[in-house]
Design a protein around this ligand. Structure first.
Ligand code: PLP
Length: 398
């Protein structure tokens, strides 16, 4: 048999989903696992959104829609962008995608030729580098250090620009570090993009999850130039607890949107028609569940950071956004857990899951060796119990 394509051979599975699958399999086998692994809110999808889906089915909205999304949903996205972000887009600038993931995949396919580079801060979300490579591009990572509060050094971004650079990608607030890029940093990034004529890709899927009164503007609202060179990516998965519904969207200059719509019409066609109808209810409907959820996450974030601060051999910053905590476990590497040497973050994660029944994601998956990522999107009691187990596990190390 001939070999698979080089691109297929290169691709690796999402480690966050892998850990989550392993934790779920252990749970199914009757093990009481506490999972800090998944990037999905523990809240159910609000009832009025589910009701809108039922109504759409009853009305027979179960057929193909335009490949780039229904006119009604695109209009609802435009209303949201105006209301929430002060941005004016027309429906022909919007593409409705199968989650923010497909919006990103589409964006890279629109922008990248073989060997084109995309600059992005690291640690970063697992899928970015794979998605960039899947469309022939090359990710160029600009490191951020925990010692500097994971702050992004915009001068380092500029130094990373080469003749092959096509775009700068940001995730604000970011997974996995939970840092917020504020307006001055966004302005500096937009200025670099203008100076070197680069595209900007802004993944703002965690925009609702900012704490301590922090606010960051949407990247295209920084300037007219930024608006004209940005593909803005967002979705309903996190804000409306709709991870399984698979609805995301991208907003961009009309000529890019036209191509993206055409691309998607061949690749996947439209997003599930019922999920699109439900998404209108999510965007236009009451936002109180969202606010309640963000307030609960804020509390969990502080509780968890406080618990970690009391433990030996582990350190973390209190994140400013999203719903993750990155913790430094490098002081534990080389120690032994139940006879197993903790050589790196993978070994640590495996030992923690098998011995303490606590699931986290190894930092190596995010280009952050010696760290682990916790999601705090789980109920407070489970969170506290998970922290108790982690503490006992750490105290048992030799
Ligand atoms: C930074 C980031 N972008 C995008 C996504 C994908 O979200 P969606 O469910 O909309 O595809 C995730 C999901 O974990 C994420 O963490």
């Amino acid at each position: 048999m001939k070999a698979l394509s080089k691109r297929a051979q290169q691709v690796t599975g999402s480690m966050t989903l892998e850990i989550d699958a392993k934790a779920k399999a252990m749970k199914a086998a009757g093990v009481d696992v506490i999972s800090f692994g998944a990037g999905e809110p523990d809240y159910p999808t609000p009832a009025h959104i589910c009701a809108a889906a039922e109504e759409a089915m009853a009305k027979g909205q179960t057929k193909y829609t335009p490949a780039g999304g229904t006119a009604q949903l695109k209009e609802a996205v435009c209303r949201k962008l105006l209301r929430r972000n002060g941005l004016t887009y027309r429906p022909e600038q919007i593409v409705i995608t199968n989650g923010a993931k497909q919006a990103l995949h589409n964006a890279f396919c629109m922008l990248l030729d073989e060997g084109d580079q995309v600059i992005l801060p690291a640690p970063c979300w697992v899928s970015y580098t794979e998605l960039i490579r899947m469309s022939g591009g090359e990710p160029v990572l600009v490191p951020r250090r925990r010692e500097d509060g994971f702050r992004l050094d915009v001068n380092a971004v500029e130094r990373a620009v080469t003749e092959k650079t096509k775009a700068i990608l940001i995730n604000n607030p970011d997974n996995p570090c939970g840092q917020v890029l504020e307006e001055d940093t966004l302005r500096a990034l937009a200025a670099i993009a203008e100076k070197y004529d680069l595209y900007l890709i802004a993944d703002e899927i965690y925009e609702e999850f900012m704490y301590d009164g922090l606010q960051a503007p949407a990247l295209p609202s920084i300037s007219e130039d930024a608006y004209n060179r940005t593909i803005l990516v967002n979705g309903l998965s996190k804000s409306y607890s709709m991870t399984g519904w698979r609805v995301g969207y991208a907003a961009m200059p009309p000529q890019v949107a036209k191509k993206m719509g055409a691309w998607q019409s061949h690749a996947t066609g439209n997003v599930n028609s019922v999920a699109q109808a439900a998404s209108i209810a999510a965007l236009d409907g009451p936002q109180d569940t969202l606010h309640e959820m963000v307030a609960a996450f804020d509390q969990r974030r502080r509780d968890m950071a406080a618990r970690i601060a009391q433990m030996p051999l582990i350190e973390c910053l209190t994140p400013q956004g999203a719903f993750y905590i990155m913790a430094d476990i490098s002081a534990m590497l080389g120690k032994t857990a139940g006879g197993r040497v903790l050589t790196d973050s993978f070994a640590f994660t495996e030992a923690l899951l098998e011995q303490a029944h606590v699931a986290v994601v190894p930092g190596d998956a995010f280009f952050a060796p010696g760290m682990i990522r916790f999601s705090y999107a789980l109920p407070s009691e489970a969170l506290q119990e998970g922290m108790d187990r982690l503490q006992r596990f750490i105290e048992s190390l030799q």
